[in-house]
Design a protein. Structure first.
Length: 84
C-alpha cells in the first residue's frame, strides 16, 4: 500500500480494520487462512500498512493456530498443502 500513516501518540491500535479483509479455505475445509491489515512501525512515529495472515487447521475436531503474521504467498502454500 502506498504512503504512510502519521500517528501522534504511541498507544494507537495495531489493527487498521478489526474485521478480516480476506479469507481462504482449502478444498476439504480443514485448513484456512485469515488476512488482516495491520500497521508496521517504521520510524519517527510513522507506520506502514501490511497484510498479515493467520493460518489455522482443524486437528482431531479442534481448531489449532498453525502460524501467525505470514504473507499471502505462505497462506496460499498452506492452503494447497495436502494433509496425510
Amino acid at each position: 500500500m502506498t504512503g504512510c500513516i502519521k500517528v501522534t501518540h504511541m498507544r494507537a491500535p495495531n489493527d487498521v480494520a478489526k474485521h478480516a479483509s480476506k479469507r481462504m479455505v482449502s478444498a476439504d475445509g480443514t485448513r484456512w487462512a485469515i488476512g488482516r491489515k495491520q500497521k508496521r512501525h517504521l520510524a519517527n512515529h510513522m507506520f506502514d500498512i501490511v497484510e498479515c495472515w493467520t493460518l489455522k487447521q482443524r486437528i482431531d475436531g479442534k481448531v489449532v493456530t498453525m502460524d501467525m503474521h505470514r504473507d499471502e504467498a505462505a497462506a496460499i502454500e498452506f492452503i494447497k498443502a495436502v494433509t496425510l
